[in-house]
Design a protein around this ligand. Sequence first.
Ligand code: SF4
Ligand code: F3S
Ligand code: FES
Length: 252
Amino acid sequence: MDIAFRIRRFNPEVQGKNKPYWQEFQLTDVEETDRVLELLHRVKWEQDGTLTLRRACAHGVCGSDAMRINGINRLACKVLVRDVGTKIQVEPILGLPVLKDLVVDMEPFFDHYRSVMPFFVNDTAVPTDGRERLQSQEDREKFDDTTKCILCAACTTSCPSFWANGQYVGPAAIVQAHRFIFDTRDQAWKERLEILGEPNGVWRCRTIYNCTPACPREIQVTKAIGEVKLAIRAGKREGIATPVGPIAESNS
Ligand code: SF4
Ligand code: F3S
Ligand code: FES
């Protein structure tokens, strides 16, 4: 099949092209099972080598090729042509500065990520009996969903609250915080709740829900944000006993 492929271009270094503009490419002999990433490769390798995009794994794992495809945030390596039709429009994700073509500056996004302490904190000595810090299956399930995040930014850059105010920490950072807040073995959950209770934390979420369908990992993003909001209100983590310490014998 033939495809009309429209791509948002921008090159700040080239005179006359330093404002964003649309460019259309025609592609022939496209299979309906081709992925949008393959079409971008064809444009770059066969028609215009200056086209700039990020990608690495090509299998939905690294999260580097999030972009707006026909107006919806997706990973280009996961979208099949048969799912988007013969007219395809691709542009950079919104809310982050565009560096060139489909590449945005991810630093503001990672600043928010780093601000929520996205790492395991436990200052007690690791048990020496060879069992490490055990956890019951029920406790593990409380944050199972949010471990799946690949930091692609599709959620944060689909959020109108983030578009309106880039200081909002955004759904991706909250998902990352959720993964540790609801981990019974972690000891910094109160600090994270304090960080997320600040004006640019979870309360900037207006439950608009763009983030959840945008997530290529099908994480229940809005639900996770709601659980963090409830924990801040209650001053505790629902269903998790405090204080957090070595797992009880009955759970091992
Ligand atoms: Fe991407 Fe989903 Fe993680 Fe958001 S929650 S950064 S959409 S994987
Ligand atoms: Fe934005 Fe998602 Fe909340 S789209 S407003 S973070 S529910
Ligand atoms: Fe890695 Fe698409 S290239 S997720």
